[in-house]
Write a protein that binds this ligand. Structure first.
Ligand SMILES: Cc1cc2nc3c(=O)[nH]c(=O)nc-3n(C[C@H](O)[C@H](O)[C@H](O)COP(=O)(O)OP(=O)(O)OC[C@H]3O[C@@H](n4cnc5c(N)ncnc54)[C@H](O)[C@@H]3O)c2cc1C
Length: 479
């Protein structure tokens, strides 16, 4: 069946995560025939594994909570967090687009409860929107709800063909114009425009070595939260077509390396010390800043310290989920897990603090002074240095324990193809590469060094997926 608005244009979308599904849906609605090519066994990508937070300002959800916010404030926030490194017009498109995305997803069946809004970045008023909906079994939490809503809408469009287990290997470039793709099996598919939506490169050893070597600094402690198919194909193809690279780094989560547990939040009852024995952060701080803070400590590592009384009090169940993301994952910080790791010798033990210091290489005098102050603070009911809230627990009765932590779990990669606010991929001279568009994690220039907030990635994937589709079909004039 041909759409009444059929433009006769064919759009190929590479990758069917959040950005790809959004692009596919919007391209079909704008009158294109769409071929959505997905390397994995199922659609969803990293998006389907995500908490599903969408970072947005000036939304009806915020208004229902009485929160006054605006697009200007969000653009200003991005400028501040990035120290003016990001292009304002991209940030404006992002801020306006995420506001629209909240309503757009609502039309697709997602609901947002105002009481679940939370502070997802470094802002004062909450901008983290948590979705409610059906996951269709595509993943554990809110990200899968968004993927399911998009997939349901895409499946209703006869103009969209989805092919899973179909890896795109190269772009076809003819006379300087992207004219289609070559698949891994050697066959070619031609199109008027190609949208790269192939996600980040956290699973790509070569790309990590080339574009973010610090991410693998801790050797076999490092692993990637997203799918194995996110090896950076789109980035490689775009660079080969002459695109400019933008952005560097990404998000890392600290891990005790007990196993492949995605445990982003630390309970308040333990303290982090560096090799000098000093506390250096509010241990419950957001993962937007934590990896940077730990990476700057001597050796780029730290230790979580607690005592036997704390261990005896720790419950066995329950994931630390301060934001109510609803992801039911095994926690590193249960009594059962910690006892297993103590028995295995992974968690270090000392009958006294001095013995613990000797076994870990932590400076004994620094540790003693830190614990002395901490215990006095706990008795006084206030963390006098970092103002940590939550249950503060003294470190006073041996045996004492120390868990080494390293920022080594890769969440998101920031390096990507430079795009303009119409999601056209720009070459190294700053000109659009004809026929080539990018959206989602494969696009760069949307994050600076510090992650602005949980929810900015999915938000941008959906915004620029929609924008890329409209530009690719030719229904929105590039700015
Ligand atoms: C566990 C986890 C939790 C997260 N939580 C949040 C959150 O709550 N909020 C937030 O904003 N961000 C979150 N993020 C980050 C966010 O999910 C991603 O940045 C975003 O979803 C990326 O969307 P995308 O469409 O660009 O990529 P993806 O969703 O990863 O989709 C890319 C797709 O492209 C496919 N692909 C790759 N190469 C090829 C190829 N050559 N040919 C064909 N297909 C290919 C992949 O298989 C994949 O399906 C989280 C990430 C993880 C891993």
């Amino acid at each position: 069946m041909r759409s009444p608005a059929d433009t006769g244009r064919r759009v190929i979308v590479v990758g069917a995560g959040g950005a790809g599904l959004a692009a596919g849906l919007e391209a079909a609605r704008a009158g294109a025939r769409v071929l959505l090519l997905e390397a994995g066994d199922q659609v969803g990508g990293a998006t389907a594994r995500a908490g599903g937070v969408v970072y947005a300002a000036d939304t009806p959800v915020q208004k229902a909570r009485g929160i006054e916010d605006s697009v200007d404030r969000l653009v200003n926030y991005y400028a501040t967090v990035s120290r003016h490194e990001l292009e304002p017009r991209l940030m404006r498109r992002s801020a306006e687009g995420t506001r629209e995305v909240i309503g757009w997803l609502e039309e697709l069946g997602i609901s947002w409860e105002p009481e679940r809004l939370y502070v997802a970045g470094l802002e004062f008023d909450p901008r983290g929107h948590l979705p409610s909906g059906d996951t269709r079994g595509l993943g554990p939490a809110g990200g899968a709800m968004i993927v399911a809503a998009l997939l349901t809408a895409v499946e209703e469009r006869p103009e969209v063909e989805i092919r899973t287990r179909t890896r795109v290997a190269d772009l076809l470039v003819e006379d300087g114009r992207v004219a289609g793709v070559r698949l891994a099996d050697g066959t070619e598919e031609r199109a008027d425009a190609v949208v790269l939506a192939s996600g980040g490169f956290g699973a790509g050893a070569e790309m990590l070595a080339a574009h973010w070597p610090e991410a693998t600094r801790h050797g076999d402690w490092h692993w990637y939260l997203g799918p194995d198919t996110n090896v950076g194909d789109g980035l490689r193809m775009g660079l080969a077509a002459g695109a400019e690279l933008r952005g560097y780094g990404g998000t890392l989560l600290e891990t005790p390396n007990f196993g492949r547990l995605n445990d982003a939040f630390t309970p308040p009852w333990l303290i982090y010390v560096n090799q000098r024995g000093h506390r250096f952060v509010d241990e419950t701080d957001t993962y937007c800043v934590m990896p940077h803070v730990i990476a700057r400590q001597p050796g780029g590592v730290c230790w979580a310290v607690f005592d036997d009384a704390a261990l005896r009090k720790v419950a066995d169940g329950g994931h630390v989920d301060p934001y109510g993301l609803g992801v039911d994952l095994e926690s590193n910080w249960t009594g059962a897990m910690l006892r297993r790791q103590i028995d295995a010798g992974v968690v270090r033990t000392g009958a006294t603090l001095a013995e613990l210091a000797e076994g870990t290489g932590i400076a004994a005098d620094g540790l003693a002074a830190t614990v002395e102050l901490w215990n006095a603070d706990v008795a006084a009911g206030r963390d006098s240095v970092f103002d940590k809230s939550g249950e503060l627990v003294a470190v006073e009765s041996g045996p004492f324990y120390a868990v080494e932590l390293r920022p080594a779990i890769i969440g998101i990669t920031f390096g990507g193809l430079r795009i303009d606010d119409a999601a056209r991929v720009l070459d190294t001279a700053g000109r659009p590469i004809p026929g080539l568009h990018a959206a989602g994690e494969v696009a760069g220039g949307l994050d600076a060094d510090v992650y602005a907030g949980g929810g900015t990635s999915i938000g941008n994937a959906l915004v620029f997926g929609r924008v890329a589709a409209r530009t690719a079909v030719g229904v929105a004039a590039p700015a």
